[in-house]
Design a protein around this ligand. Structure first.
Ligand SMILES: Nc1ncnc2c1ncn2[C@@H]1O[C@H](COP(=O)(O)OP(=O)(O)O)[C@@H](O)[C@H]1O
Ligand SMILES: [Mg+2]
Length: 382
């Protein structure tokens, strides 16, 4: 079977490179029930990190439960997605229950106004929440969300379980009409959790930061923040060497290795995009093989990137073009303004927008273009 050492989606097992500090930090947060938000630009490896650490943590009485809120387009779908996550955890914790224990559980849930009923399907029975109001019990409502999460935690505590509850694309909640009310319900459960650690992720860094760092929002000061940067060069070099050994039982030349990391600027998504091409060949790549493969990667991703670029203002485009040529420490400094030929206030606003959209990032104290394909394309003006 072909090994997927460079997946497009979550990296795990031997596809997962290092991140030892972040792994340690996240693991210790989980063990101490310190709720955590993972903050990084999209495709930096938040889901992979969480999945990796959770996989190491998971065991017979520890449940890793993840939901993605990307499709939470209104209050009802958001509640449903979260409640289904709770339902899954409760089903797991009650998988050894007999009928009497189930009935006692149902009674305790209805005691706090929750709406669950017993489902039987042949020999199996389990608990089921009502989502659409069509069953015998009332549908899950916004005001019962906090209680629902709390009852899951109480059950875990009572029955000797631990739960890791991951909510991906959490910024979606903030964008909903009743978003702040949903946040308040979740906050209520999170702050009292004793057997459940919550992890929040999201692909919109700007919105996520606002939810967790704005004093007026329910999640302010509730969670530890782990920020992910790009993976360091030296573990990445070793990772590529190991990958060459796995694939060909041969080493990779230092020049080829460096060239891969230079062109992709160690952006994990693009390292994988480039390497999955190179690793499909029968032999390890030589230095000369890498640039042509990278140009193919750039050609593959540029149509979307070009569209995003086209929507920017002239000043924003000028800033990105300059940063693609050479990263700059002082984007509002006289020298850079002179090069752009634009006024300070315009540049400051434009740059603020590029930052909020994660189109630029800081590396070695200098601002550079976030996307290595766009950066390469702007530099080569093809
Ligand atoms: N630690 C890692 N080692 C190797 N590749 C990684 C690592 N983390 C992420 N990747 C790769 O980067 C890309 C984005 O990862 P993902 O976890 O989906 O990021 P995010 O959740 O931040 O959007 C995927 O191709 C994934 O395989
Ligand atoms: Mg993700």
């Amino acid at each position: 079977m072909k090994k997927d050492i460079f997946p497009q989606s979550i990296a795990s097992g031997y596809a997962f490179c290092n991140r030892s500090d972040e792994r340690k930090a996240l693991r210790s947060h989980i063990d101490r029930i310190n709720h955590t938000v993972l903050v990084a630009p999209r495709r930096y490896g938040k889901s992979s990190l969480s999945n990796q650490v959770a996989g190491e943590w998971e065991s017979s009485r520890r449940i890793y439960n993840k939901i993605s809120l990307y499709s939470a387009y209104d209050e009802k779908t958001a509640l449903e997605l979260i409640a289904k996550g709770v339902q899954r955890a409760i089903r797991k914790m009650t998988s050894g229950f007999n009928m009497d224990e189930f009935k006692a559980l149902l009674a305790s849930l209805s005691g706090i106004g929750l709406n669950a009923s017993l489902t039987t399907d042949g020999a199996e029975f389990g608990i089921s929440f009502n989502f659409d109001g069509s069953g015998k019990t009332a549908a899950i409502t916004l005001t019962s969300l906090g209680e629902l999460l709390k009852s899951m935690d109480e059950m875990a505590l009572k029955e000797g379980w631990n739960i890791l509850f991951e909510m991906d694309e959490f910024q979606q909640i903030g964008g909903l009409e009743t978003g702040h009310a949903i946040e308040a319900q979740i906050r209520d459960a999170v702050q009292y959790a004793r057997a459940t650690t919550y992890i929040f992720l999201g692909s919109n860094r700007h919105l996520l930061e606002q939810m967790f760092s704005d004093k007026s929002r329910p999640f302010y000061n509730l969670c530890r923040i782990i920020r992910l940067e790009r993976i360091d060069a030296s573990p990445y070099r070793m990772h590529l060497q190991d990958a060459a050994q796995i694939q060909w039982r041969k080493g990779l030349s230092d020049e080829a290795n460096d060239q891969i990391l230079t062109l992709t600027e160690r952006h994990p998504f693009y390292v994988n995009a480039l390497c999955s091409r190179l690793w499909a060949e029968p032999q390890p790549p030589t230095l000369a093989d890498i640039l042509p493969a990278w140009v193919q990667v750039v050609d593959e991703y540029m149509p979307v990137l070009r569209n995003d670029f086209a929507r920017l203002s002239a000043t924003q485009k000028a800033i990105l073009s300059q940063l693609a040529q050479s990263p700059e420490a002082y984007v509002t400094g006289a020298e850079f303004l002179g090069r752009l030929g634009r006024a300070l206030s315009t540049v400051r606003d434009s740059f603020g927008y590029l930052k909020s959209m994660d189109m630029v990032y800081q590396t070695d104290g200098k601002w550079a273009v976030m996307d290595p394909c766009l950066s390469f394309d702007l530099r080569h003006q093809r």
